[in-house]
Design a protein around this ligand. Structure first.
Ligand code: ATP
Ligand code: K
Ligand code: MG
Length: 678
C-alpha cells in the first residue's frame, strides 16, 4: 500500500480509466443514486429528443441553440461522473495490487493425530491449525498458538522490516498473505474463506461496500429539496412568461433549471467522500466506514491504553527484588515457578532472566500442575501444585490474594514497589501460598516523539486520557513522560468502557486506541476505535479503523483528514449554493429585460443577449465542476484553530467567493461567445 501510487495523485492510466467510467456511469440506473444529476440527465434527454424531432416540439428555428444546450448539459454530467470515477480510481488500483497477494497457497494443516496434510488455503476453516515455516506464506488469518517467528508483512503494511510475532500476549495475530522469513509457528485459523482481513481490505479500498454517511444522507436530502423547489419555480415560470409576453423555449427553461439546482456540490459530493477515505488509506490506516472518518473529524476525547500503544509493549523482566527476609535467589526461584507455561511475552522474559541468573527448574516435576493463565480481570498468573498456590501479578491483586489466605504483607513491599513504579516500570509481586517473596521489575519504554504528538492533539482541542491496567504510580510516571492530559490506572476492560461512556454522556465524541483483547469492548464502544495492526484479532475486529503501522498517534492524521472532509464538503456546498443564487440574478434580468424595460436597471452585467446570458451561465455551471475537482480530491487545508474562526473564514472565502465567481465567469464566457458570434 505504501508504494509509489501513494504519492503521485493521478497517473495517466487512472485518468484514462476514469474517462471510460464517466461514460459508463451515464446509465440512468446508476445515475438515479444521485438525484440532482439525474434531473440534469432527464433534461439532457429532453433536449436530445428536441434535436431529433424538432417538428414535433415546434423548435425548427432554434435547433442550433438546443444543440449547444444539449452538449453543455451532457458535459455537466460527464464532468461529475469523471470526478467520482477519478476518486474511485486509486482505490481500484490498490485493490488490484492486493488481489495479487491473495493468490491461493498450500497450507500445512495439522491433523488431530499431529500429522501434516497439505491442503489449499481456500479449504481452510475456522479452527484449523496450520504449521508455517521459514519461506512459507501464511495461508489465512489467525492466532499463533505455539512458537515465534519473524514475519514480512510488507504485502499488507508496505513496511519492509519484518516484525516478530509470538504466541500469547498482544502480538499473536497473523494475517493471511504475509510471509514467515525465519523460524516456525503454529497458527489457529480464525476466519472462514472470504472473510479475511485481506478480503476486507480489498473491498474497502475498492469502495465496494461504501455506504453514505449520515452526514452525506442529510446533505443529500437538502440538495433534493432544493432541486424540487427549483423544478417548481421553473415550471411556474412558464405561465408567468406567457403572461408578460416573453417567449420561453423549453430548452431555455431546462438550462435555467440546471443553473439553479445545486449541480456543483451534487456532482462532487461522492468524490469528496471517496477521496477522504482514500487519504486515510494513504496514511496506512484502514477505515471500515466513512462514518468513522467523519466522526474522527469531530473527536473531543481520546482514550489510549498504555502497554503496546504509548509504550513499545515488549515488557521485559529486568530484575528480581526480594522483600521481607527473603533472598534474591528465592525471589528468582519463585518468579520462575509462577511463570511455568505463562505464554505471555512477560512470562517468557521472566523465565529467560531467571535462567540467566542461574535459577533452574525441574519442569518434569510440575507436569501435573494446574496452570492459572494470566487474565486482565485477575491481573495475576501462576499455578497450583500439590495444594500450594504460586502466583505473580499486580501488587494489589497479589496482596489481596495473600490476605485472603491469612498471610501478612512484608513491610518493605510498598516502598520497593514504588521504586519500580516511579521509574515507569511495572512491578509484579510474587507469592507462594500466603507469603510474598519478592518483586519482578518489568521494564517498558515510551515510544519516541509521543510528547510532541500529544501536544498537537491538545492544539486541536482534543483531550487525551491514558487508561491502563497498571498501578497508579507507574501510570502516573508514564503519563507524565508521554505528556497525556489525564490517566486512569488499574483499569479492567469494563472500566475502559465506563470511562468512554462517561465522556459520551457529556455529549463528547470519543476515540480509543488499543491493541489488546482487553481493549476490544472499549474499541467497539468508542465512536472511533483505532486498533494497532500488531494487536490481537479481537481488537482489530472490534475497531472501526486499523493502523497498519501500529502508531497510536496516527489518530492525529485521521482527525485532520476527518476535519478536512467535513470542511471540504461544507465549503463546496456553500460555494455551490452561493453560485446558484448569483446565477439567478445574472440570468433573470437578461431574460426579462426585453419584455419588461424596468428589469434593465437590474441587468448590470450587460450580457450581449438573453440567449448568451443563458448559455454563458450554463457553460459556467458545467466548467466549475472540473475546476473544483482538485479541491474536492485534496481537500481544503486544515490548520488547528477554533471552530468559530474556521467557520467564519470558510464562509468568507466560499460564500462570498461563490457569489462573486459566477458574475466574473459568466461575463468572460459571454465575451467569448460574442467573439464566436453566438
Ligand atoms: N503475564 C502476567 N502475569 C501476571 N500478571 C501480569 C502479567 N502481565 C501483566 N500482568 C499484570 O496485570 C496488569 C494488567 O495487565 P493488562 O494487560 O490488563 O493491562 P496493561 O497491559 O498493563 O495495561 P494497558 O491496558 O495499558 O495495556 C499489568 O499491569 C500487570 O501488573
Ligand atoms: K447549478
Ligand atoms: Mg494491554
Amino acid at each position: 500500500m505504501r508504494s509509489d501510487q501513494r504519492n503521485s495523485l493521478f497517473t495517466g492510466p487512472m485518468i484514462r480509466q476514469a474517462l471510460i467510467e464517466s461514460v459508463k456511469k451515464l446509465n440512468p440506473l446508476i445515475m438515479m443514486k444521485n438525484p440532482v444529476m439525474f434531473v440534469v440527465e432527464v433534461g439532457t434527454f429532453l433536449t436530445l429528443l428536441m434535436i431529433l424531432f424538432p417538428k414535433f416540439f415546434g423548435v425548427e428555428g432554434t435547433v442550433g441553440y438546443i444543440v449547444i444546450v444539449f452538449l453543455t448539459l451532457l458535459l455537466t454530467i460527464l464532468f461529475a461522473n469523471f470526478a467520482e470515477a477519478l476518486a474511485e480510481g486509486r482505490g481500484k488500483a490498490q485493490a488490484d495490487t492486493l488481489k495479487k497477494t491473495k493468490a491461493d497457497t498450500i497450507a500445512k494443516r495439522l491433523t488431530s493425530s499431529g500429522k501434516i496434510e497439505e491442503v489449499s488455503s481456500v479449504d481452510l476453516r475456522k479452527g484449523d491449525i496450520v504449521l508455517v515455516e521459514t519461506g512459507d506464506t501464511i495461508p489465512g488469518d489467525g492466532e499463533i498458538i505455539e512458537g515465534l517467528a519473524s514475519i514480512d508483512e510488507s504485502a499488507i503494511t508496505g513496511e519492509s522490516a519484518p516484525v516478530i510475532k509470538e504466541a500469547g500476549g498482544d502480538f499473536n495475530s497473523v494475517t493471511g498473505g504475509t510471509k514467515v522469513v525465519s523460524d516456525w509457528i503454529k497458527v489457529r485459523i480464525t476466519v472462514d474463506p472470504g472473510e479475511s482481513f485481506l478480503d476486507k481490505m480489498i473491498s474497502l479500498v475498492e469502495g465496494a461496500s461504501r455506504q453514505k454517511t449520515p452526514n452525506e444522507i442529510a446533505l443529500n436530502t437538502l440538495l433534493i429539496t432544493l432541486t424540487l423547489i427549483f423544478v417548481l419555480v421553473c415550471v411556474t415560470l412558464l405561465p408567468i412568461t406567457k403572461y408578460v409576453g416573453v417567449k420561453l423555449e423549453i430548452a431555455t427553461l431546462i438550462a435555467l433549471l440546471v443553473c439553479l439546482i445545486p449541480t456543483t456540490i451534487g456532482g462532487l459530493l461522492s468524490a469528496i467522500g471517496i477521496a477522504g477515505m482514500d487519504r486515510v488509506t494513504r496514511f496506512n490506516v484502514l477505515a471500515m466506514s466513512g462514518k468513522a472518518v467523519e466522526a474522527a473529524g469531530d473527536i473531543n476525547t481520546m482514550i489510549l491504553d498504555k502497554t503496546g500503544t504509548i509504550t513499545f509493549g515488549n515488557r521485559m523482566a529486568a530484575q528480581f527484588i526480594p522483600v521481607g527476609d527473603h533472598t534474591e535467589d528465592e525471589a528468582c526461584q519463585a518468579a520462575m515457578l509462577s511463570s511455568i507455561q505463562d505464554e505471555t511475552p512477560e512470562g517468557r522474559s521472566i523465565i529467560e532472566l531467571a535462567k540467566e541468573q542461574g535459577c533452574t527448574l525441574d519442569e518434569q516435576k510440575y507436569k501435573k500442575a494446574e496452570i492459572i493463565p494470566f487474565a486482565a480481570e485477575t491481573r495475576m498468573s501462576g499455578m497450583d501444585f500439590e495444594g500450594v498456590s504460586y502466583r505473580k501479578g499486580a501488587i494489589d491483586s497479589v496482596m489481596q490474594f495473600v490476605k485472603e489466605k491469612g498471610g501478612v504483607i512484608p513491610t518493605n513491599l510498598k516502598e520497593k514497589g514504588e521504586q519500580i513504579a516511579s521509574l515507569g516500570g511495572t512491578p509484579l509481586a510474587i507469592c507462594i501460598q500466603n507469603e510474598i517473596i519478592g518483586l519482578i521489575y518489568l521494564k517498558d519504554t515510551v515510544k519516541p516523539g509521543m510528547k510532541e504528538r500529544f501536544a498537537e492533539l491538545r492544539k486541536m482541542g482534543i483531550k487525551t486520557i491514558m487508561c491502563t491496567g497498571d498501578n497508579p504510580l507507574t501510570a502516573k510516571t508514564i503519563a507524565n513522560e508521554a505528556g497525556v492530559d489525564d490517566f486512569v490506572a488499574e483499569c479492567k476492560p469494563e472500566d475502559k468502557i465506563r470511562v468512554i461512556r462517561e465522556e459520551q454522556i457529556q455529549g463528547k465524541l470519543v476515540a480509543m486506541t488499543g491493541d489488546g483483547t482487553n481493549d476490544a469492548p472499549a474499541l467497539a464502544q468508542a465512536d472511533v476505535g483505532l486498533a494497532m495492526n500488531s494487536g490481537t484479532m479481537a481488537a482489530k475486529e472490534a475497531a472501526n479503523m486499523v493502523d497498519l503501522d501500529s502508531d497510536p498517534t496516527k489518530i492525529i492524521e485521521v482527525v485532520s483528514i476527518g476535519k478536512q472532509l467535513l470542511m471540504t464538503r461544507g465549503a463546496l456546498t456553500t460555494f455551490s449554493v452561493a453560485n446558484d443564487i448569483a446565477k439567478y440574478f445574472a440570468i433573470l434580468p437578461a431574460m426579462f429585460s426585453v419584455a419588461i424595460p424596468e428589469m434593465q436597471t437590474l441587468n448590470f452585467m450587460h450580457l450581449s443577449s438573453p440567449t448568451s446570458a443563458i448559455l454563458s451561465a450554463l457553460i459556467f455551471n458545467a466548467v466549475i465542476i472540473p475546476l473544483l475537482i482538485p479541491l474536492a480530491m485534496k481537500g481544503i487545508a486544515y490548520k488547528p484553530m477554533p471552530a468559530v474562526k474556521l467557520l467564519q473564514r470558510n464562509l468568507l472565502i466560499y460564500g462570498v467567493g461563490g457569489v462573486i465567481a459566477p458574475f466574473i465567469g459568466i461575463k468572460l464566457i459571454d465575451i467569448v461567445l460574442q467573439v464566436f458570434g453566438l
